[in-house]
Design a protein around this ligand. Sequence first.
Ligand SMILES: Cc1ncc(COP(=O)(O)O)c(C=O)c1O
Length: 397
Amino acid sequence: MEKPAIEGGIPVRDTKLFYGHQYIDDADIKAVTDVLRSDFLTCGPQIGNLEKRLCELTGAKYAVVCSNGTAALHMACQAAGIGKGDELITTPITFAASANCALYCGATPVFADINPETYNIDPACVEAKITEHTKAVVAVDYTGQAVELKDLLKMCHERGITLIEDGAHSIGTLYDGRPVGSIADMTTFSFHPVKTVTGGEGGAVLTNDPKLYQRLKLFQTHGITREPQLLQHEAHGSWYYEQIELGMNYRMTDMQAALISSQLDKLPMFSRRRKEIVAKYDQAFLQIPELFVQKEIPESDTTRHLYILRIRPEKLTIDRKKFFEAMAAENICCNVHYIPVYYHPYYEKLGYEKGLCPHAEKLYSEIMSLPLYYSLTDQDVEDVIAAVRKLCEYYRK
Ligand SMILES: Cc1ncc(COP(=O)(O)O)c(C=O)c1O
């Protein structure tokens, strides 16, 4: 049996592979440098152009682009009218931003457990957490797989609750044949460099509701408007604008917008390659009894942002920490997505305790994210599989 590198054996590869990496080509560079040579670095034509592209891509009626996915979630919560005394239900298996957006608005995040096989928030657990104070559900398309939108929408709309889909992972994914972005009351995207499409930083909120769109636009730019029908006083002249609410500066620059638009040209190619890699991983790992492979609901045609390797610790002589370190010794540098949000000291101080969501906690103790990005070669993928196989065989109980 081959010895793992952590035990003194030879690593499966000489160079390190990381879990994510952006893919930037000459067209992307030209798109950005063209903006740098133009008149507008911000508030220019690239913004409207990208918003139009996102509407075309998803079928949503409106898109508001913004500085990042965290800002997008804050804007969505504000547009939904979330405030003090309200509750927002979300999953603990997410980046903290999906819950922090409630806190920004003075509301309380409430955590609902996940489905132990798909890893997405379980609609039955959401239902059990609904109270008279629930104002919104932030449902995260974890790894890129769409949440159970039909059930969640029905549940929310019957009770007057806003469904915000955190699509930070899921650009390019379809639910029931429809692109993510056009289905929930609002959908947010992130364009961070590890995401499928990047702008360096960047975010967007998509909606079909004109009232929400108006509120999103206002909040994104200081609560300032030039729209004649929103002005509360007579205009002093053509320069006139009014601040009618308290908003933020969550604007995206034209350089970011141009880069994201150029990246969107490659989305079909990115999706295809990510699906190919996921299929190769799934096929290999389904043969290894020490592993559990993430299940997909039939409605989701997924462009995967993350590939989650889940070990079955009861079948191995090592735990996730040692497995993770052994992978690093093979030069496969994984990450872990995510530490349950309420484990963080900030949340502990707010009174959240361990034990709240048992499936999420178990998942956290068994997972790591493998390399998954467009430019991984077939050999890279083979190396990752070889490392996982080697460790499972060596540490088999
Ligand atoms: C699920 C999820 N939501 C929100 C965010 C926040 O996005 P951003 O980093 O663009 O602010 C992220 C980013 O990692 C995320 O993974």
